[in-house]
Design a protein. Structure first.
Length: 133
């Protein structure tokens, strides 16, 4: 009889916080990149929606996202990682984008997502653009 050798690659929890828990984690003991490291030329009025994205969990704590703020648009890029993290980055990027989307809703900001012809960035791959209305 052949032994089942399949092991989970990653486990993602979905759900809503308990009543007494905050919507986003804010554990100051977790190592996270600073806002100015993940978002370039950030309009100070948008910091409240970038902060939850900053706290978003990522596979192997890679935090592969970087944003470029241009007027009412935020261009989201993925920092290129080592080969062994390449596929997991897509999961991390999706989690970060969902945190961003929830933050926009929480603060009453309408957002529309689209792919655009944007500036190429060294060692980064374009992911999506969020246009704030």
């Amino acid at each position: 009889e052949k032994e089942n050798l399949e092991q989970p690659y990653s486990i993602i929890a979905f759900g809503y916080p308990e009543e007494n828990e905050g919507l986003f984690r804010t554990n100051k003991n977790v190592d996270r990149k600073r806002v100015n490291h993940i978002c370039k030329k950030l309009d100070k009025n948008l910091e409240k929606i970038i902060e939850p994205l900053r706290w978003a969990p990522s596979m192997k704590n890679s935090q592969p996202w970087i944003l470029y703020n241009n007027l009412n648009m935020i261009h989201l890029y993925e920092e290129k990682q080592k080969k062994n993290l390449k596929d997991t980055n897509k999961i991390s990027m999706g989690i970060a984008l969902r945190h961003f989307d929830i933050a926009c809703k929480k603060f009453g900001l309408e957002v529309e997502y689209s792919k655009m012809d944007v500036k190429k960035r060294l060692a980064k791959e374009y992911y999506i653009t969020a246009t704030l209305k």
